[in-house]
Design a protein around this ligand. Structure first.
Ligand code: MYR
Length: 279
């Protein structure tokens, strides 16, 4: 049984890591002014944050179904099955797109996996799945392992300005709650596949402190992967990583970023921390 691993661009897995683990990537789209870009292919995160200084506010879109069909048909030439790992189905139609395309392609069994999150935490699932393929496991064996890992994984994040999330319709709360949150820096997270406020916190510094508390409680001295994710704030993220590495020797930290699609909805200056237990 030959198994391929696909994820979408919002995992923001660096190209060399994708190549190392043979992970195939399908890009989501950013519409900036009159231009349509496939993120991570023809628009890097750095270019995006530069562009939005002068352009109108961007919008985003899931991969066209035809692109999924094209990719799966190509994979069908060399593989029997594919695990297609995607950002939360509560915030994008990408996961559903993978399922629909799976019905249209012959000779390839498509297993779509909803990470119920996004960014490098989604990347953790894709990398673990790829390692399991290397260990000789099939999709039917890998999916339950990914489901189990879900119980150990979480992400919290904060934004400088909630209006991007509100405008893009990706903040799931009553308008009155959102109104009261606009004055503070709420800590956000995913619940039942949707983005919801976790706690109201007044400053970014306090929000970061609270995330660290939550990390400590969740990991409890066990071996975990964790990732610090930033929207064009690399230095700040590096400093935070160095502090966290001192405090949590059992956790393997990495650094990642909110690229163009997720950056459109969160805005520059956002920061997040996600984790997953090591197998
Ligand atoms: C689409 O147009 O289909 C993509 C929509 C993406 C919405 C992104 C909303 C923010 C996600 C934040 C993830 C934070 C993970 C740590």
């Amino acid at each position: 049984m030959k198994t391929a691993i696909v994820t979408d661009s919002t995992a923001y897995i660096p190209q060399e890591v994708r190549e190392k683990y043979n992970i195939h990537m399908i890009p989501l789209t950013v519409i900036l002014g009159a231009e349509v870009y496939e993120e991570e292919r023809d628009l890097t995160a750095a270019e995006f944050y530069e562009e939005i200084k002068t352009k109108e506010l961007p919008t985003t879109s899931q991969p066209p179904i035809g692109k999924f069909v094209e990719l799966f048909e190509k994979l069908a030439e060399n593989y029997d099955e594919v695990i297609s790992i995607h950002l939360s189905s509560g915030i994008s139609g990408t996961y559903q797109g993978a399922i629909s395309a799976g019905f249209m392609v012959e000779g390839l069994e498509v297993y779509a996996f909803d990470t119920e999150v996004s960014c490098m935490v989604q990347g953790f699932y894709a990398i673990e799945a790829a390692k399991l393929v290397q260990e000789g496991k099939s999709a039917a064996e890998i999916i339950p392992i990914l489901d189990k890992l879900k119980e150990t994984s979480h992400a919290y994040f904060m934004v400088d300005d909630l209006s991007n999330l509100q405008r893009g319709g990706r903040l799931s709360s009553a308008q009155a709650i959102i109104g009261s949150l606009l004055q503070v820096k709420p800590l956000l997270h995913f619940k039942d596949k949707l983005i919801v406020p976790f706690e109201k916190i007044r400053t970014k510094k306090r929000a970061m402190k609270r995330i660290v508390e939550l990390l400590g409680e969740a990991t409890n001295g066990d071996s975990y992967y964790a990732v610090i994710i930033h929207a064009n704030r690399e230095e700040e993220a590096k400093e935070w990583k160095a502090e966290l590495e001192k405090e949590f020797p059992n956790i393997e930290f990495s650094l990642s970023y909110f690229g163009a699609v997720i950056g459109t909805h969160l805005g520059e200056g956002s920061m997040g921390l996600g984790w997953m237990k090591k197998r």
